[in-house]
Structures are given as structure tokens and as C-alpha cells.
Ligand binder design. Structure first.
Ligand code: HXC
Length: 258
């Protein structure tokens, strides 16, 4: 991989977008590598949590690569959008939990890729924004859809129409970032959160992710029916027996198999 770094350790995959000279902007090659890498990770049962970050101390991802897009035709733009849709869809729906460790600029496609992750943790210097309208395009990697779902229609419209860049604190205030931590603690903080997630039944976490994702895109009654079905499914697992038996035996350590 030319533009990605991957480290897998103790159930955590740390995936770094590595184009620091372009502030980790996403070109087609990076999107294709990301898609291929996530396709492998989603089938890797040893990986329980994926942490996505950017290389360097300045930028998470400064957006799609403007130098590639400037001369792109509508067909090429659409192709890029579809590639991102596939890669970001994997992040959103893969069985593992995904955490965006937002270590700096998360602009345009950078903000959008962070929103395809389950959880966003921002460093204090992080900046979020959707500057696309200022480039004469609109957010094309899911921004008009995921931002509105995360922070509400009114705030999403304001951010997209004004192209304002907001601080990590403001992102936290409006629910775009789950936490804000000092830059040097960012990856450690995300790994500690991954550790807390991995103590729980992995299959149960995957089913809960599926229930939330699918439920948010449907009406309440259908979402509640889906939840009841997945809840029932969780009763068929060895993990349910283990988790409940551990409680009744007042045992702290649990042996989930997932
Ligand atoms: C290509 C980029 C880039 C980008 C930065 N660079 N962002 N190259 N695509 N999105 C490059 C710069 O050209 C420069 O290269 C180097 O990274 C450092 O950037 P500077 O601008 O010199 O840094 P600074 O002054 O600190 O400003 C940082 C910044 C600014 C505020 C993040 O770079 C910026 O505004 N970038 C563009 C952000 C943006 O508009 N993103 C949305 C893209 S559209 P050189 O070679 O000069 O050193 C998008 C659409 C998604 O994401 C949907 C598409 C279908």
C-alpha cells in the first residue's frame, strides 16, 4: 500500500492515512487502497476494533484530493464518489467497531470519512468542516446525509452552506465529536476505549451496531422489531451463557468467543 499504514496488535487495527505532504488528502489510489484494506479487515476475526487516523500532527484528512479533481469530468467525479461510497460503507457497516482518531483537519471528505466511523474522538487542535460549496461542488462522500443525521438538519445546512470550519470543542458541543483530548493522548485514549469495547461480547457488539445503523434509517416500529429479532439471536450464543453465568458467579473475567 502506497498511502496507508496498518498495524494490528491485540485485536486493534490502527489504520493510518499516510500522505502527509498533501495533508492526507484522499486521491483515487488512496480510496482504492482503503477499500481493499477494509475488505480484508472486515473478514479478519482477530480484529475487533479499527482505529482510523491521519499521519502527522496537523491533519486527519484535508478532504478529497483537489489536484486530482480539478480537471476531472462528471463521470470521473461520479466514479470517485462511488469508490468512496464503497469504502466508507465498509467502515460504517463492518462487523468491527470503528473509531476515528481525528488528529487535525477533518475537512470535506475528511469530515465525511470520520462520520462513516462509529465513534469520533478529536484532538484539541482538530478542525471540522465541509468546504465543498466553496469549491463549487457539494459534499459527495456522504456529507449531506451523515452530517444531517449526526447533528441535525439545521446545523448540517449551516456548516455546508457557510463552509465554516469549527473547532474540536464546537464539534463536541454539537455532537459531531464524542470526546476531545490532548493530541499526545489521542491514540492512547482510542486504544483504551477499544479495550473497554473488547471486554464485551464481540458478537453482541456487532449486533448492536447493526441494530443502531439499520434502525436509524427506518421508522421506530421497524427498528424495534429488528432489535427484538437481533436480541433473540443473541440468546443463541455461547457468549450470552458466559456473560450471564459470570455475573451470577460474581466472576470479573469473562471468556467470550464471539
Ligand atoms: C490536495 C491538498 C489538500 C486537498 C491540502 N493540500 N489540502 N492537496 N487536496 N484537499 C496540500 C496543499 O496543496 C499543500 O500542498 C499542502 O497540502 C499543505 O497545505 P497548505 O494549504 O499549504 O496548508 P495550510 O496553509 O496549513 O492550510 C491547511 C488547510 C488547507 C486549511 C487544510 O490546505 C485547505 O484548505 N485545504 C483544502 C481543504 C478542502 O477544501 N477540503 C475539501 C476538498 S473537497 P503544497 O504542494 O502546496 O505544499 C472534498 C470533496 C469530497 O473533500 C467529495 C468529493 C466527491
Amino acid at each position: 500500500m502506497n498511502n496507508l499504514l496498518l498495524e494490528v496488535e491485540n485485536g486493534i487495527a490502527l489504520l493510518t492515512i499516510n500522505r502527509p505532504k498533501a495533508l492526507n488528502a484522499l486521491n483515487s489510489e488512496t480510496l482504492a487502497e482503503l477499500n481493499a484494506c477494509l475488505a480484508e479487515l472486515e473478514n479478519n476475526e482477530a480484529v475487533k476494533v479499527v482505529i482510523l487516523t491521519g499521519s502527522g500532527a496537523k491533519s486527519f484528512v484535508a478532504g478529497a484530493d483537489i489536484s486530482e479533481m480539478v480537471n476531472a469530468t462528471p463521470a470521473e467525479g461520479r466514479k470517485m464518489g462511488l469508490l468512496a461510497r464503497e469504502a466508507f460503507g465498509r467502515l460504517e457497516n463492518m462487523p468491527q467497531v470503528t473509531i476515528a482518531a481525528v488528529n487535525g483537519f477533518a475537512l470535506g471528505g475528511g469530515c465525511e470519512i470520520s462520520m462513516a466511523c462509529d465513534i469520533r474522538v478529536a484532538s484539541e487542535n482538530a478542525k471540522f468542516g465541509q468546504p465543498e460549496c466553496g469549491l463549487g461542488i457539494l459534499p459527495g462522500f456522504g456529507g449531506t446525509q451523515r452530517l444531517a443525521r449526526l447533528v441535525g438538519k439545521g446545523r448540517a445546512k449551516e456548516l455546508i452552506f457557510t463552509c465554516d470550519m469549527i473547532s474540536a470543542e464546537e464539534a463536541y458541543r454539537i455532537g459531531l465529536a464524542n470526546h476531545v483530548v490532548p493530541q499526545e493522548e489521542l491514540i492512547g485514549y482510542c486504544k483504551a476505549m477499544a479495550g473497554r469495547i473488547m471486554k464485551n461480547g464481540p458478537f453482541a457488539v456487532t449486533l448492536a451496531k447493526q441494530a443502531i445503523n439499520t434502525g436509524m434509517d427506518t421508522d421506530l416500529d421497524s427498528g424495534l422489531k429488528l432489535e427484538a429479532n437481533l436480541f433473540g439471536l443473541s440468546f443463541s450464543t455461547a457468549d450470552k451463557k458466559e456473560g450471564m453465568t459470570a455475573f451470577l458467579e460474581k466472576r470479573k473475567e469473562k471468556h467470550f468467543i464471539g
